[in-house]
Design a protein around this ligand. Structure first.
Ligand code: MV4
Length: 493
């Protein structure tokens, strides 16, 4: 392997390029018309245009990506996350073009992209699944009977797809048939398939996931767990490792279940096995993500490993360079997702130009960003701007470092969720590690703005902006956007 085409954008494209550089691999970035000059195109050795802003015609176009790989003379493709990363047809097309796909083969994506099949596979392998129904008989009468057998509340889940789309919680018999019809309708239009599975609805669960890594020789290792219970509309907001919910015994059991799941799936490359942990301590397989996750850096911080390097090594056919029993976790790591959304206004996206950006630094602080001063945040893509990651010897230290890192983070020009992140890490329930998937709804209702003092860095940013050239002197002939127009939701004075 000599040259990697990075089939993605934003922070993950930057992240993948960093490891390629360290490994002496050349990198080719791709960009849509909305991303000309974007940070990820500047950190790669070269950058190729792949089409218009609409993702369907650029980052989601298998033909456009393969054409770019051919033009660049790349011999491998890293898909990042999102876009084509879990598309079995893409993995197959990359391999058919004679290139190395840095991820699992197509049949693994397809196997785990089907909840009904994945549930059966896991149950057969002895991995605990939520009590439920994953049968082939999909008639209304059979599903209604099975739901009553499972006992209310029951969750209806489309077998394809994810992200909560088409899911329904049913709390009583008489609500079942209308909910089934709604779930099927949504699934058919989103995934072109209306097969569903039924599961007992687990109340107030925690989201625990196990990082796994497998090579082509059948070696499977886990890199411990992450807890990602703090979510908003099925988007993770804060993640950490180790989970404050697990004792050593429970951790061993969950991680062993993750490895068993990966073996049952004949898994290759890096993957994540998601579990629900119920308040009694029972855990159940939820689904498997057949890609590198957004939150992989917390695992890197506590293990000292580079997951992208391990992905590349395994994809190149090398055996796992880590002994499964040699993985040691040190300390605690936290990640906060910084996004261009207004948390106090229905998470309204806030596109625009980043007028000023100052990443935090300091001991135990890592900033994985896809933006810099001058970047354009487009309505066409995910609003994630960057991830602030902190490591500490203890959970308390990682939290203190995060609180300070967030106070020092400056992003001006678009509204961001920085003050919600500050409110989360300051919250007593968060500090106690008392987390569940309804944490934000319970503690930080979007109806109630939780004011946080302006970042210490804001004062420095104001000074820097005052030194910027006058509006007429920026060389474009267009007026400079008013730097005071949007101070991330803060008013001066
Ligand atoms: C569940 C559940 C409760 N019981 N399944 C939501 C997205 C998908 N990946 C799985 N999801 C859930 N499945 C049963 N049987 C609750 C959720 C859920 C959730 C899970 C993890 C993290 C955040 C969540 C937010 C809402 C619902």
């Amino acid at each position: 392997m000599k040259k990697v085409l990075i089939a993605n954008r934003g922070e993950i494209a930057v992240r993948v390029a960093r490891t390629c550089r360290v490994m002496g691999l050349a990198t080719a970035a791709v960009y849509s018309e909305a991303d000309a000059g974007a940070l990820h195109t500047r950190v790669a050795d070269e950058a190729l245009p792949i089409g218009p802003a609409e993702a369907a015609r650029s980052y989601l176009s298998i033909d456009a990506i393969l054409d770019a790989a051919r033009r660049a003379g790349a011999d491998a493709v890293h898909p990042g996350y999102g876009f084509l990363s879990q598309n079995g047809d893409f993995a197959d097309a990359v391999a058919r073009a004679g290139l190395t796909f840095i991820g699992p083969p197509g049949d693994v994506h397809r196997r785990m992209g089907d909840k009904k099949g994945a549930r059966r596979l896991m149950a057969a392998a002895g991995v605990p699944v939520v009590p439920g129904y994953d049968g082939d008989d999909q008639t209304d009468d059979v599903l209604a009977r099975e739901a009553a057998r499972i006992g209310w509340p029951v969750m209806i889940k489309p077998s394809r797809g994810g992200g909560g789309k088409g899911m329904r919680v049913v709390r009583a018999e008489k609500e079942f048939r209308p909910a089934l019809a709604g779930s099927r309708r949504e699934a058919r239009s989103a995934f072109g398939d209306d097969v569903v599975v039924l599961e007992k609805f687990v109340e107030r669960p925690r989201h625990i996931e196990v990082q796994v890594l497998a090579d082509t020789m059948g070696h499977v290792a886990h890199l411990l767990e992450r807890e990602c219970s703090i979510q908003r509309r099925h988007q993770k907001v804060v993640e950490e490792t180790p989970s404050p919910a697990l004792g050593e015994d429970q951790r061993r059991r969950v991680c062993a279940a993750g490895v068993a799941a990966a073996r049952a799936a004949s898994y290759v490359n890096a993957g994540t096995v998601e579990f629900l942990l119920d308040p009694s301590g029972a855990f159940y397989f939820l689904e498997m993500n057949t890609r590198l996750q957004v939150e992989h850096p917390v695992t890197e911080c506590v293990t000292g490993l580079d997951l992208v390097r391990l992905q590349i090594e395994v994809a190149a056919g090398r055996p796992l360079s880590i002994a499964p029993d040699a993985i040691v976790a040190r300390g605690h790591a936290l990640e906060c997702r910084l996004s261009a959304e207004d948390p106090w206004n229905g998470d309204l996206p806030s596109p625009g130009r980043i007028l000023h950006c100052v990443p935090p630094d300091g001991p135990g602080v890592r900033f994985d960003g896809g933006i810099a001063t001058g970047s354009e945040v487009s309505v066409h893509y995910d609003p994630l701007l960057a991830k602030v990651i902190t490591w500490g010897a203890s959970r308390e230290e990682s939290i203190e470092r995060m609180a300070e890192a967030l106070r020092r983070t400056v992003v001006l020009g678009v509204v961001t969720n920085l003050d919600r992140l500050q409110a989360i890490v300051a919250h007593p329930a968060f500090r106690r590690g008392d987390l569940h998937t309804g944490f934000l709804e319970e503690h930080l209702s979007a109806l109630e703005r939780v004011p946080c003092p302006p970042a210490e860095g804001l004062a420095a940013a104001v000074l820097a902006l005052r030194r910027q050239p006058a509006a007429s002197a920026n060389g474009t002939g267009r007026p400079v956007p008013d730097p005071w127009a949007n101070l991330g939701g803060w008013r001066l004075g």
